[in-house]
Design a protein around this ligand. Structure first.
Ligand code: G4P
Length: 524
């Protein structure tokens, strides 16, 4: 392990923000970037006006619907740290994208609306983080609006998520009188954004704190803080890293309150790039040799250049511009001539990237989701999952002459992870599968825009799809032979069983005990 690699790894924090739509993820993202100096905005007004034009609006559909469909990555520095923030799509129809993104982060920030508490999507995303042991920092946002009682919010996190909480800061006032945050352990206050440094105070009864609160609220604040000190858990770093406890911060992304508290906590406590499990061994982040995996493919980020970018998370070593890397799936070498880093609105050529960094690699279809790139070693990273689609459709093409073009286009879309593609064994036309209905709209839109293929979708006779496997391969073959009309192959040629409804799936599962029917498949 070399010293520069060790140092670079220690500085890095790669994280995502999880939130229910409207909780303030976009606003917080903008503020983190702003504080990190990655974007310079003249002011809030401009930020708002710019929002619909500049915020990851690579696709028309996204602009029309005002949602963030695509996943992107943004890098910024703050203090001694380099932060890689991976954006997750806000709409639940893009769940696969979100899960893949979460496979590439080391920690997450959970944003909660102070008036609404834990909402359904937060809960779902939290469960994914828990499955992957991703430590979570909580940011209770919108304290400048009518908020729930602070203890009540903490209580709800503990009960709904079965997660211990440790409030690090405490809100000074709320709603219209929200004035800043009080650091419980340090006895220091931060009054909005103007104050870069926390100011030490003697305690909650100090004049400085009193000056921030309306006269009638001062007594109550002192009592509340005393109670918080007695009743709340202290921060325990180990429990946080193990995913059992979340440090909680309060603030208002819109008004810049509490944002610095949050960034500093990520720098101080969030884990640096973790060691990553591969098929044959554990790969350590500080090893010399480069390893990385593709967790996202995105086409047409820049409509002027019809490009296709593979987002790669570096797991070890140094990814250098111009280096040759082995694509383990095919055994072939590829030259990484123009890796890119992404900032808020620009991308620059990446000369060197280390574990935890995410770089974009332009390519023309060589790279797929789940691919591993190395400096020669045959290791494969696991854990970029593929979920069984919940909606299965046949694609109907108006012009039969374009069938071959459609086949190619669908193959491309499937490699990008836009849809899943299944080729029935009996030779009937391909079936596309999606987890959420909006993905079908994206497919339709992109086939029309990028391939001039106007398509419609037809119901398929199947509604359930499961990957099949067994310890004994011959058993899988027997199952396939007995169900020819209900078997299809995915992009990797792995067999899936298609059922008309879950009843028939359960029936088969009863009869074929040695077969495992799974609704999640790791790529590779
Ligand atoms: P999302 O990405 O999680 O969906 O949320 P987003 O940041 O877009 O915020 C949703 C709405 O909540 C926005 O208002 C935003 O201005 C507001 N908001 C975010 N953080 C805070 C906060 O700390 N305090 C208050 N009071 N509001 C906050 P909008 O009216 O829907 O959009 P816009 O027209 O203001 O942009």
């Amino acid at each position: 392990m070399t010293e520069p690699i060790k140092k670079a790894v220690a500085r890095r924090r790669t994280f995502a923000i999880i939130a229910h739509p409207d909780a303030g993820k976009t606003t917080l993202t903008e503020k983190l970037l702003l504080f990190g100096g990655a974007i310079q905005l003249a002011g809030e007004v401009k930020a708002k006006k710019d929002r619909m034009n500049t915020r990851s609006d690579w696709m028309k559909i996204e602009r029309e619907r005002g949602i963030s469909v695509v996943t992107s990555v943004m890098t910024f520095e703050y203090g001694d740290n380099v932060f890689n923030l991976l954006d997750t799509p806000g709409h639940e129809d893009f769940a696969d994208d979100t899960y893949r993104t979460l496979s590439a982060v080391d920690s997450a920030v959970m944003v909660i609306d102070a008036a609404k508490g834990i909402e359904p999507r937060t809960l779902k995303l939290f469960e994914v983080c828990r499955m992957r042991d991703i430590p979570i920092v909580t940011f209770v946002n919108k304290m400048d609006r009518e908020a729930r009682d602070t203890f009540e919010i903490l209580d709800e996190i503990e009960h709904k998520l079965a997660l211990d909480t440790a409030p690090i800061t405490w809100p000074i006032g709320s709603g219209k009188s929200f004035a800043g945050t009080y650091h419980l352990a340090e006895n220091a206050v931060r009054h909005g954004d103007a104050e870069v440094e926390r100011q030490k105070v003697n305690g909650p009864d100090s004049n400085r704190v009193a000056g921030l609160l309306p006269e009638n609220d001062r007594e109550a604040f002192i009592e509340e803080l005393e109670l918080a000190r007695e009743a709340c858990r202290p921060f325990d770093h180990k429990a946080f890293l193990e995913g059992h406890l979340t440090p909680v911060f309060f603030g208002s992304a819109l008004r810049n309150f509490g944002v610095r508290d949050l960034i500093e906590a990520l720098g101080a406590w969030a884990p640096p790039p973790r060691d990553q499990e591969a098929d044959t061994r554990m790969v350590h982040a500080t090893e010399d040799k480069m390893t990385s995996f593709v967790f996202k493919i995105q086409a047409n980020m820049d409509p002027n250049h019809r490009d296709r970018i593979a987002f790669v998370r570096v797991c070890s070593g140094t990814l250098e511009r111009g280096m040759k890397a082995k694509l383990v799936r095919t055994g072939k070498q590829m030259s990484l001539s123009a890796p890119q880093f992404f900032f808020a609105r620009s991308r620059v050529t990446a000369d060197e990237a280390y574990a935890g960094d995410v770089v974009g690699i332009p390519n023309h279809g060589t790279l797929r989701i789940g691919d591993t790139l190395t400096e020669g070693e045959d290791v494969i990273f696991r854990g970029v999952p593929n979920f069984a689609p919940e909606i299965l459709r046949r694609v109907r093409l108006g012009d039969a002459m374009k069938a071959k073009k459609l086949k190619e286009a669908l193959q491309q879309m499937a490699e990008e992870g836009v849809v899943q593609l299944f080729q029935p064994e009996d030779g009937s036309p391909a079936i596309v599968g999606v987890v959420g209905a909006l993905q079908l709209d994206v497919l339709k839109e992109r086939l029309a825009a990028e391939y001039s293929l106007p398509v419609d979708f037809e119901m398929s006779r199947f509604s359930v799809c499961r990957w099949i496997a067994a310890d004994d391969r011959a058993e899988v073959q027997r199952f396939i032979d007995a169900h020819r009309g209900d078997i299809a192959r995915d992009l990797d040629n792995d067999p899936v069983f298609l059922a008309q409804h879950s009843f028939s799936l359960n029936y088969e599962a009863e009869r074929w005990k040695a077969i495992r029917f799974t609704d999640v498949k790791d790529y590779q």
